[in-house]
Design a protein around this ligand. Structure first.
Ligand SMILES: Cc1cc2nc3c(=O)[nH]c(=O)nc-3n(C[C@H](O)[C@H](O)[C@H](O)COP(=O)(O)O)c2cc1C
Length: 387
């Protein structure tokens, strides 16, 4: 039976455990170039002991950035900075992964802490957004995107492939295509956003075409020996009937992606409509859906959302509901979550999920998540280096 701290092998990549730092946008890049903030952030995440660390969403083209501060990978300067990030993740004991994306109609917003809303047209930081159809997301993101022409579609597909080549050259070992969260590929897949009447819209088969063509273009340039995965939004939580259809469509798309060379599905949310009522408060609310899709499409599964405790994460792996557990906010709250998880799950020498300069001392003087010693005072050994 697999467990959270068991190794995981996919293609030629071996992860030391099943904990993954989920992609988390930092919105701190300048002209798409990541900087000291992300170097510190990704180093901290890698040191924390997770088996795989994903960068934030990295845009394949300037107009595909969620905010003007989004990381990008369409030029050499951006590639150089991301290569440094990949090196830092490896040096600190983890495997580097990158998520690549185009934000489509959700692009060109302010940062979440600056209000999250679309930058108004006419503002010097505004750019034209594109999407499958001239339909806005609504509420804070009211901008109507320009309907993409076939030439636009081909250009963005080529952008994904070019970014994948740069990601490989930069040293990343896992590549995740972002087909979720209402961004461009997800909005082609979604009847909420895609009302096209050509080969890219209408039937479920046509709505699958854009993500499948992106995958095919990337598959040609990403080596077979390394994992190529996709994050797919499989449910909206807006309407039970539509949700059931969306899950069925997602299984069909996943089967087609698997036939097209996809190695794993990262199950996530659609976020195509502000009407969604996602049950964030319910622990692991997506896990059973993810497990079902994995079984039906016969593909390895990663998933995230409201997975809080080590027991919960371990049970997901032990019950074979997912192969990898992607964590976001728990790792922001505590980047050393894997150390405490290893303690709580009774893993042998738990501190050694961390690098030696931390592990050695915590092996000698174990700490709980509050920093309190968990060795009874009578067993403490006096050392020349103070506790
Ligand atoms: C600060 C922050 C930034 C995020 N940025 C991204 C992103 O760039 N790409 C993505 O696919 N998901 C992003 N997410 C979603 C996470 O990857 C993850 O799926 C989500 O937070 C659910 O996991 P959690 O409940 O453990 O936080 C972000 C989440 C947070 C908290």
């Amino acid at each position: 039976m697999p467990s959270l701290f068991e190794r995981y092998t996919l293609k030629d990549s071996v992860l030391k455990n099943r904990i993954v730092v989920s992609p988390m946008s930092q919105y701190m890049a300048e002209n798409g170039v990541i900087n000291d903030w992300q170097f510190g952030h990704l180093t901290t995440m890698a040191r924390g002991g997770s088996g795989l660390v994903f960068t934030e969403e990295v845009a394949v083209a300037p107009e595909g950035r969620i905010t003007p501060f989004q990381a990008g990978l369409w030029n050499d300067e951006q590639a150089e900075a991301l290569a440094k990030a990949a090196r830092l993740i490896k040096q600190n004991g983890s495997v580097p992964g990158i998520q690549i994306a185009h934000a489509g109609r959700k692009a060109n917003a302010n940062r979440p802490w600056d209000g999250d809303a679309h930058i108004p047209a006419g503002d010097s930081r505004a750019w034209e957004t594109i999407g499958p159809s001239p339909i806005s997301y609504g509420e804070l993101l009211p901008r109507v995107p320009r309907e993409m022409t076939i030439a636009d579609i081909q250009r963005v597909i080529a952008d994904f492939a070019a970014t994948a080549v740069r990601a490989l050259d930069a040293g990343f070992e896992w590549l995740e295509l972002h087909f979720a969260h209402g961004f461009l590929a997800q909005s082609f897949f979604s009847p909420h956003a895609n009302k096209r009447t050509d080969a890219y819209g209408g039937s479920a088969e046509n709505r699958r075409r854009f993500p499948l063509e992106v995958l095919a273009a990337v598959r040609k340039v990403w080596p077979e020996r390394l994992p190529l995965i996709a994050r797919l939004g499989v449910i909206e939580f807006d309407d039970p009937q539509l949700d059931a259809e969306k899950i069925a469509d997602s299984i069909a798309l996943t089967r087609a992606m698997k036939a097209g060379g996809l190695d794993m599905l990262d199950v996530s949310l659609g976020f195509n409509t502000p009407k969604a009522r996602v049950p964030f408060e319910k622990p692991g609310f997506l896990v059973d859906i993810a497990a079902d899709i994995g079984r039906q499409a016969e593909i390895p599964i990663a998933t995230s959302w409201s997975i809080f405790t080590p027991d919960q994460a371990d049970a997901i792996v032990r019950e074979e509901k997912a192969d990898l557990v992607m964590l976001g906010k728990p790792l922001l709250a505590n980047p050393h979550w894997p150390y405490f998880a290893a303690q709580q799950l009774g893993v042998e020498s738990p501190s050694w999920v961390l690098p030696a300069p931390y592990a050695h001392w915590l092996a000698r003087y174990p700490r709980d998540e509050h920093g309190r010693s968990i060795v009874p005072a009578r067993d403490r050994v006096h050392r020349t280096i103070p506790d």
